[in-house]
Design a protein around this ligand. Structure first.
Ligand SMILES: [Fe+2]
Length: 122
């Protein structure tokens, strides 16, 4: 269960600052992830097809909420969005390296992956 230090877990008697809103959205994302985990655990724990169907549908709606909140976070804090994109690009590079290692990339693309600044200077 997420246990963030959070003064905004309930109603607050004032409008919050942009920085506080960003923190609140991060907490909201954590809550959605927790909900996904719990609904999925219940889906796995029952053989009742009706419960599996309904709880699975709710779980998937929570996944959409994560996407909405992540986009809101990018809107509120574009710099943080750049970090998210940086992570996405790092994973893409790692997947390309893995595919190259496993021989799933055409030879000409493998050569591109091996080039470094040093190799371009030669
Ligand atoms: Fe939700």
């Amino acid at each position: 269960m997420p246990n963030f230090a959070n003064p905004f877990s309930g109603n607050v008697p004032r409008k919050i600052s942009k920085e506080e809103l960003i923190q609140a959205v991060r907490l909201d994302i954590a809550g959605e992830l927790e909900a996904i985990f719990v609904y999925d655990a219940h889906v796995q724990a029952t053989d009742d097809p009706r419960a599996k169907k309904i709880l699975g549908d709710i779980r998937d709606e929570e996944k959409a909420h994560v996407g909405e909140l992540m986009e809101l976070l990018r809107i509120l804090d574009p710099k943080e969005g750049e970090f998210f994109e940086e992570g996405v690009e790092e994973v893409k590079e790692l997947m390309e390296e893995l595919a190259a290692e496993e021989g799933q990339i055409p030879e000409e693309k493998k050569d591109h992956l091996r080039k470094t600044v040093g190799s371009l200077l030669e």
